[in-house]
Design a protein around this ligand. Structure first.
Ligand code: FE2
Length: 278
C-alpha cells in the first residue's frame, strides 16, 4: 500500500465574512486558492459573541455545495424556498446549491462557544444547474466509531478503514469527511483512492503523517500526496478533519458565491440573481 505523505502545509488567513464574523480561511486564500474539488474551507471558533453574532445574512450561492459541520454551538439556516432548520453541535448540513438559493446562516445563540467548519465542494458542469437540495443530520444520527486505543471517529461521509459508513451521499466527488479525535502517542489509519485529493486540517494538537519528518501544528492544513492510505500519529491529544474527494478537473470561474465553468455562466448567474430568478 502506498502511504500518503505531506505534499504541502498551509496556514490559514485570519479574515471576516458575512456580517463581520471572524474566521480563518484555509482553502480559498492566496497560499491555497483551491484544492480541486474543494473551493473553500473556513474554520470558525470563538466564545466572544461580538465575533459571530452578526452571522451570515441572506446571500446567494450557485454552482457548488456548502458543507457546514459544527463542533460547538448552533446555527439557524433559512432559504428563499421556505426551508429552515437548526444545525446543532455535532450535526452537519450538506447543501447542494445547484442552480441557486439565497439563504441566511445565523448563530442560534447569543453567548458561549460557536465552533465549526464550512467547506465548499465544487459541482461538475452537468450538475451546476441542478435543483437545490439538502442533506441534513442531527448529532444523534452521526455514526461514531470508537477504537480500543481511544480514537474516536465521527463519520460525516465516506467509509472508515474498519467499515463505518457516513451519512452523506454524493456521487460527484465520492467524498470522505471524518472528524478524528486521537489521544497522544496513538495512531489512526484510513484507506483512500490513490488519485483522489485529500487533506488534513488539524484543529488541535500536533500530528505526524507516515514517517515524514514534518509535523502538522494546530491550525495548519496538510495537502496529502497521492497514495492508497494515510497514517496519522498524534504527539499530543489531537483533533483533525480528514477530507478527500475525486477532483473534477474542469475550469473554475468564481465570482464570490458563484462558481461556474465560464465567464458567460458567471454573468448569467449575476443577471439571474439581480433579476430575482434564484
Ligand atoms: Fe452560505
Amino acid at each position: 500500500m502506498t502511504q500518503r505523505t505531506i505534499k504541502s502545509l498551509h496556514d490559514g488567513l485570519k479574515t471576516h465574512d458575512g456580517a463581520d464574523v471572524k474566521l480563518t480561511r484555509i482553502i480559498g486564500q492566496p497560499s491555497l486558492k483551491n484544492l480541486d474539488p474543494f473551493l473553500m474551507l473556513d474554520a470558525f471558533g470563538t466564545d466572544e459573541p461580538m465575533d459571530y453574532i452578526g452571522g451570515f445574512p441572506p446571500h446567494p450561492h450557485r454552482g457548488f455545495e456548502t458543507v457546514t459541520y459544527l463542533i460547538a454551538g448552533n446555527m439557524r439556516h433559512q432559504d428563499n424556498q421556505g426551508n429552515e432548520g437548526v444545525i446543532r453541535t455535532g450535526g452537519v448540513q450538506w447543501m447542494t446549491a445547484g442552480r441557486g438559493i439565497i439563504h441566511s446562516e445565523m448563530p442560534e445563540q447569543t453567548k458561549g462557544l460557536l465552533m465549526g467548519f464550512q467547506l465548499w465542494v465544487n459541482l461538475p458542469s452537468h450538475a451546476k444547474m441542478s435543483e437545490p437540495k439538502y442533506q441534513e443530520y442531527e448529532p444523534e444520527q452521526m455514526p461514531i466509531e470508537r477504537h480500543d486505543n481511544g480514537a474516536e471517529i465521527r463519520v460525516i461521509a465516506g467509509t472508515t478503514y474498519l467499515g463505518t459508513t457516513g451519512l452523506i451521499k454524493n456521487e460527484f466527488v465520492d467524498p470522505t469527511y471524518l472528524d478524528v479525535t486521537l489521544p497522544a502517542e496513538q495512531c489512526f489509519k484510513q484507506s483512500l483512492k490513490t488519485d483522489e485529493t485529500a487533506f488534513i486540517y488539524l484543529h488541535e494538537g500536533e500530528v505526524q503523517i507516515a514517517d515524514n519528518s514534518l509535523t502538522i501544528q494546530a491550525g495548519q492544513l496538510a495537502v496529502l500526496s497521492a497514495g492508497e492510505s494515510v497514517e496519522v500519529t498524534a504527539y499530543q491529544p489531537s483533533r483533525f478533519i480528514l477530507v478527500a474527494g475525486s477532483p473534477l478537473k474542469e475550469p473554475i470561474v468564481q465570482r464570490g458565491p458563484f462558481v461556474m465553468n465560464t465567464e458567460e455562466e458567471i454573468n448569467q448567474a449575476m443577471d439571474d440573481y439581480q433579476n430575482n430568478r434564484f
